[in-house]
Design a protein around this ligand. Structure first.
Ligand code: PMP
Length: 386
């Protein structure tokens, strides 16, 4: 018969009930569906219904691009997670944190007398380059690896550094590294600075800190990010960027985010973090157990650290595995994995060798279990087993 719905790539047949044994483990994207079961468990309390007449006006019509109610709830979620000092900082929303990354570059560079060099230490999240190149103008340009500033002899260059902590792809906690030129600001991308993915050694307290609902609740499609900004002038410039680009952020996105924050804050507010940490650390353990049998592959080491949220030393639970092919001939690690039916993201996208490949640990249980199955097979077949 005819399929009644579109099947997941791994399933076929009339009711999507037949597992196709040859399907690939697709762990390419950072889509955080690992949290879907949590929201299924909280389906009623997180549901949103919006009457047709509700809040129809432009967001500027009440003199605010920002729902104060949502702002207060976000500040409370940070207080529970103990991952950021938000007091004394302005909060601004963006269409995903993606838009705020661009808004911050704009705000830090618009009044400079010479263009800013925008850098990030490698391996780094690719969108800093793609977005900065896309929007490049007379005020800024992308200049690559923060450790290899092109103009390193030019001590007067204005530098804006993206600092991703914990880092995508390798999960390391990072600090700004630029020592050449004149730093006009660091943009701290804390998308993964939640107990889900890392120990929180201390609450973050930088001048520009960017977070996103995508990696906090998993609602990547809601497209809502927020920045905490210390400096009034930088805040005003970021606000004018959002006003110019978007005329503010969708009220529906803000309303859904508010409902999710309220659900998170139910009781002592710890449940989501405990759930997410348990799931991610469990995934990491299972993956590490398999990779540890192999001499052909290795993954990054993530140290156990004291965590301000759990108030104890806790083990690793990174969002991604940063896998390395150790054999000399395996210069294209993505192809090695692809031959074993695993789709990862090539190292070259993160500005390093293709001997590395990023595997997302954020996807659904099905995707993750398939990854384990395929990886186990690859490692077990391997002559180089330890
Ligand atoms: N920063 C980092 C480091 C990311 O990994 C991502 C998404 N994968 C983003 C920013 C963008 O997230 P969003 O636009 O969904 O908020």
């Amino acid at each position: 018969g005819k399929p009644v719905c579109e099947c997941n790539t791994c399933y076929g047949g009339p009711h999507c009930s037949l597992f196709s044994p040859d399907c690939a483990a697709d762990v390419n994207s950072g889509d955080p569906l690992f949290l879907e079961p949590f929201w299924m468990q909280h389906a009623a309390s997180s549901a949103v219904v919006i009457a047709g007449w509700h809040r129809m006006s432009y967001t500027f019509s009440d003199h605010s691009y920002i729902s104060r109610e949502l702002e207060n709830h976000i500040r409370r979620v940070h207080a529970v997670a103990r991952n950021a000092i938000t007091k004394g900082k302005h909060l601004i929303f963006g269409g995903g944190s993606t838009q705020l990354l661009a808004a911050a570059v704009y705000a830090l560079s618009i009044n400079l007398s010479s263009p800013a060099e925008v850098v990030a230490a490698v391996p780094c999240y690719p969108d800093y380059k793609t977005q900065t190149d896309f929007f490049e103008n007379m005020h800024f340009e992308y200049d690559g690896d923060a450790l290899l500033l092109k103009n390193s002899s030019d001590t007067t260059a204005n530098v804006i550094e993206f600092v991703t902590s914990p880092n995508n792809p390798d999960g390391n906690l990072r600090e700004a590294v630029v020592s050449q030129g004149v730093s006009v600001g660091a943009i701290y991308d804390h998308a993964y600075y939640w107990p889900h993915y890392t120990a929180i050694p201390a609450p973050a307290n930088e001048d520009v800190m960017i977070f996103t609902i995508s990696k906090l609740t998993g609602h990547a499609g809601t497209r809502l990010g927020w920045a905490f900004v210390k400096d009034e002038d930088v805040y005003q410039k970021m606000l004018s960027y959002i006003a110019e680009a978007e005329q503010g952020i969708s009220r529906e996105a803000q309303l859904r985010a508010l409902k999710l924050m309220k659900t998170i804050l139910n009781g002592d507010g710890m449940e989501l973090f405990e759930y997410a940490y348990k799931k991610m650390s469990d995934r990491w353990r299972k993956l590490s157990d398999i990779v540890s049998l192999s001499k052909r592959f290795s993954i990054q080491e993530v140290p156990s650290l004291f965590c301000n949220f759990f108030e104890k030393v806790r083990g690793p639970s990174p969002a991604y595995a940063w896998l390395k092919c150790e054999r000399n001939e395996d210069t294209n690690c993505t192809a090695v994995l692809r031959a074993a039916n695993i789709i990862g993201r090539a190292g070259s996208l993160f500005n390093v060798e293709d001997r590395y490949v990023r595997l997302s640990l954020l996807k659904s249980d099905d995707d993750f279990n398939l990854l384990l199955l395929r990886l186990d097979k690859l490692v077990t077949q391997d002559d180089d087993r330890k």
